[in-house]
Design a protein around this ligand. Structure first.
Ligand SMILES: Nc1ncnc2c1ncn2[C@@H]1O[C@H](COP(=O)(O)OP(=O)(O)OP(=O)(O)O)[C@@H](O)[C@H]1O
Ligand SMILES: [Mg+2]
Length: 269
């Protein structure tokens, strides 16, 4: 049975998925370091180790994410948008709108009947609308990323955060804390401001009946609850860790590319 790999080098995390016969044999999520090449290779080796395989066992490696441009270990590359659409379609074919919230940007993708990209919008490359902001926030409150969502859900009231830039919002948070505002309420305010911006993007692409979230921020229950509240829709589940969706899509494309390569080789003989 042929084995394929997808590597998604994002601005914050690098993810790898090893796929064979529609099953995930191994996966990994590691922090992205300055060298995207090194990040990709490390994630790949970690996922291969989990699968009990070696790089020579792979029929095709496809790289995606912003770091795909320096992935000399891969035979092909593709944009994250296509890979997220593909990965979501595989994980839940009913979903036709996906919100990918990563570390650096947020994209809303309209997915066609066969998992293709029908349309998409993305925010500016600005940390304020995305996961990196949560990391700044977690540091400011001296809590972990995992704590933030539940803290937001425990708020008694919502504090309005007016700054739209990370740097200004961070200083706004610090002055709110100095005034004695409860951390949960401030954290809820930040989640709300991010959720509102995200759902604003959704309205530009259109909301399908089944909508899901992908990317690392989809693991934040506080964010999911607010996105559902603002969209007035339930988020559909995906049969995979949402942060792995792009890497899964890349592995699925790797399989298609390997098949196309084989067909070409046969035709040439
Ligand atoms: N367990 C968790 N709970 C809550 N949030 C999380 C968790 N793990 C990761 N995140 C969030 O996910 C973000 C990273 O997501 P992801 O890996 O999708 O980003 P990326 O692909 O590197 O970024 P981009 O696509 O913008 O280049 C982190 O910045 C963090 O906010
Ligand atoms: Mg990403």
């Amino acid at each position: 049975m042929s084995v394929f790999a997808g590597v998604d080098t994002g601005s914050v995390a690098t993810k790898a998925v090893i796929l064979s016969d529609g099953h995930i044999l191994g996966h990994s999520i590691i922090p992205t370091v300055v060298s995207s090449e090194k990040s990709g290779l490390r994630a790949l080796e970690q996922a291969l180790a989990q699968a009990g395989l070696k790089r020579e066992d792979l029929a095709y490696i496809l790289a995606t994410g912003y770091g795909r441009i320096s992935a000399s270990y891969a035979q092909g590359t593709l944009t994250e948008i296509g890979c997220h659409a593909k990965g979501v379609h595989f994980s839940n074919p009913e979903v036709h709108t996906v919100i990918d919230m990563g570390g650096q940007d947020c994209k809303v993708i309209k997915i066609g009947e066969w998992g293709e990209v029908d349309d998409f919008v993305m925010n500016d490359k600005c940390a304020a609308g995305t996961g990196r902001f949560f990391e700044v926030l977690a540091k400011a409150f001296d809590v972990t990323l995992d704590d933030l969502g539940p803290m937001s859900l425990n708020a008694e009231k919502r504090v309005t955060i007016s700054s739209t830039c990370t740097v200004f919002a961070e200083s706004e948070v610090i002055s709110l804390m100095a005034r004695g505002e409860v951390p949960e309420n401030i954290i809820n305010g930040i989640h709300f401001s991010l959720a509102r911006r995200t759902t604003g993007l959704v309205n530009r692409v259109g909301l399908a009946k089944e909508v899901a979230m992908s990317g690392g921020v989809a693991k934040n229950p506080g964010m999911r609850a607010l996105v559902e509240e603002l969209l007035e829709a339930k988020l559909s589940p995906l049969a995979i860790d949402p942060q792995l969706v792009g890497a899964l899509g890349a592995a699925l494309f790797a399989k298609e590319r390997a098949a196309a390569r084989e067909r070409k080789a046969v035709a040439a003989h």
